[in-house]
Design a protein around this ligand. Structure first.
Ligand SMILES: Nc1ncnc2c1ncn2[C@@H]1O[C@H](COP(=O)(O)OP(=O)(O)OP(=O)(O)O)[C@@H](O)[C@H]1O
Length: 226
């Protein structure tokens, strides 16, 4: 699904943020990304969703070397990836409903199917009474849930989420974890960056741990040692 070989990232003249990163995530897997603030979690996710190229090394996604892709191929590949950005990136001139419906519209789903599916998902994330609201009238946690609904509405092959439960209370965070696990159960590969150790303990999955530019993969239970 995702393969990194000797990947490094450096911004400007700074030291490498990531160096010699090599790992492989299998289709259908579920991983967290953890590590101290500034360890490079967001940078790792950006590489995965093709928002930036590595400074060195090779990355392949869905079996394709991403460096060899032309613009169209890259856009097609990106369409198979649902992304929850740390800063949400909602379209503020559209309603909550329209934001979540947009990926379905782009992928050519029938309006009748869109209507029912978007409504059902927004109800599940607790926003059933905000369908026609403008995103900027919502709280941070509510906007984050809109961003999550938009990322998962098309059941992407790969879901990449940067601190998706960062602005939520525990009850909602748990509810969203059920959503991610359900998606994973039906075939989506999931990668979630989080600082929330309680969630990592409760919903046990391997952890991609970053520290001082190095990456290690810890199986559930090993985190305590990290
Ligand atoms: N566009 C950029 N230009 C310059 N430096 C950057 C850029 N993006 C990230 N960095 C630096 O790279 C390092 C890693 O940042 P990154 O956002 O990947 O870490 P993180 O683990 O996600 O941190 P946090 O948990 O605080 O979100 C930090 O020192 C950051 O300042």
């Amino acid at each position: 699904m995702i393969q990194f070989e000797d990947v490094a990232v450096r911004y400007g003249r700074m030291a490498d943020v990531l160096s010699d990163v090599t790992f492989r995530l299998e289709p259908g897997s579920f991983h967290y990304v953890s590590g101290p603030s500034g360890a490079g979690k967001s940078s790792l996710l950006k590489l995965m969703y093709l928002a930036m190229p590595p400074t060195r090394g090779r990355i392949s996604l869905f079996g394709r070397d991403v460096e060899s892709l032309d613009r169209n191929e890259r856009a097609l590949l990106r369409r198979m990836v649902g992304v929850v950005f740390q800063e949400f990136r909602l379209l503020n001139h559209l309603t909550v409903f329209e934001n979540v419906a947009l990926p379905m519209k782009i992928s050519g789903e029938r309006p009748s199917r869109r209507q029912a599916h978007v409504k059902e998902l927004l109800e599940w994330v607790g926003l059933g009474s905000h369908l026609h609201a403008a995103p900027l009238t919502l709280s941070g946690g509510q906007q984050q849930r809109v961003a999550i609904a938009r990322a998962v509405i098309t059941r992407p092959k790969l879901l990449i989420a940067d601190e998706p439960t960062g602005n939520m209370d525990d009850r909602m965070a748990v509810r969203l974890m059920y959503l991610f696990e359900e998606l994973n159960r039906i075939g989506t590969t999931v990668v979630i960056a989080t600082h929330n150790d309680r969630l990592i303990e409760r919903f046990a999955h391997p952890v991609i741990h970053l520290n001082e530019g190095r990456l290690s993969i810890l199986e559930p239970g090993e985190q305590v040692l990290a």
